[in-house]
Write a new protein. Sequence first.
Length: 410
Amino acid sequence: MSFIDVLRTAIFALRGNWMRSALTSLGVIIGIAAVIVMVSVGQGTQAEIDRQLAGLGAQKLDIGPQGPRGMGGVRMSASSFFTLNEGDIEAIREEIPGVQLISGALRGGSQVVYAETNWSTSWQGIQPDFLQINGWEVVNGTAFEPQHYHGEKVVLLGETVRRELFGSGTGIGETVRIGRTNFTVIGTLGPKGMSGSGRDQDDVVMVPMDTARRRLLGAMGLPPGAVMDASLTVTNADDLGYVQGEVELLLRQRHKIEPGAADDFQVRNVSQMVATRTQTTRQMSWLLGAVATISLIVGGIGIMNIMLVSVTERIKEIGLRLAVGAGPSDVRRQFLAEAMLLSLGGGVLGILFGVAGALLVGHFNSELPIQLNGKVVTLAAAFSVATGLFFGYYPARKASKLDPIEALRQ
């Protein structure tokens, strides 16, 4: 029998009981659709998390206080808690090779007022390298110039604050009041969106550190020159561990910490955090794909089951074919073709339903990112064909091994 004859015979056999054929393909349809939807959700989530974590920087160290400590149940003052200072920042910059950029920061919260509009937000007092270290971009106006860091009352607005105060306007050149001090808006920052913890990163204003220290800190009781935290980047990512060790050693020397005593600071390696979270989400994506693949295997078992039933029902037909000259290979090819058609038809419909389902999930749930991958769709199609081939072989082989005389007797 030629390939066309085998295919025509298989189609005729499946049409003879089309309802059973459709229900048999349903398992493959559901399996393929589930693979595409789940993998698309998993990869979309992975891509979104990668995008958010990329803003943290793969070559970055964060330096901050160790945490609130006290003696005898009495909480210690801010001067005891915030132990980093601008001298530490400069020492790290000058004494540790491999440090590319470094900046300290002060933080707080206040009302920002423009005309009759006000907005409660957070402010950050920054040094020159802060914007580049943390991936901030000035999209309107200008960034801080060197002279601005000598106590000038200028401010950069985050996208959320700009929108709440000025609507569609940029606000460049306008005067806003932060706390009790008037500031001139010289620029606005590009949007960053929500952080991994759900915080609006754009709900912020930035001012030069000296200005924040003099005008916004109020009665926090920080010692002169203190910073609340610092961050740095290294020239070469391979030097990150070395720089971290050098920073810790230098700060212990500068803070006169005795051997064996606890540090009054902590250095966090952001790249390790990024790698950990990325690995976790990647494992979740594989888990979703594995669950969906199980559905596909169940569909394949359904095909094999129905094909075995079909062999049992068609024993007399098989015996007649063998008696009139068909060889075992012809019978085997016919039943394999039927199984392949069932799985291939289910695969095509499963791909269509899977793509449509993924798009619908993304449409009705904008917070759940979807990323359709052509390789996944192709792999799903190939897997559907392989399912028919694998689970259809045993019934086909069983049919080809029937004795024609015994088959005709039944």
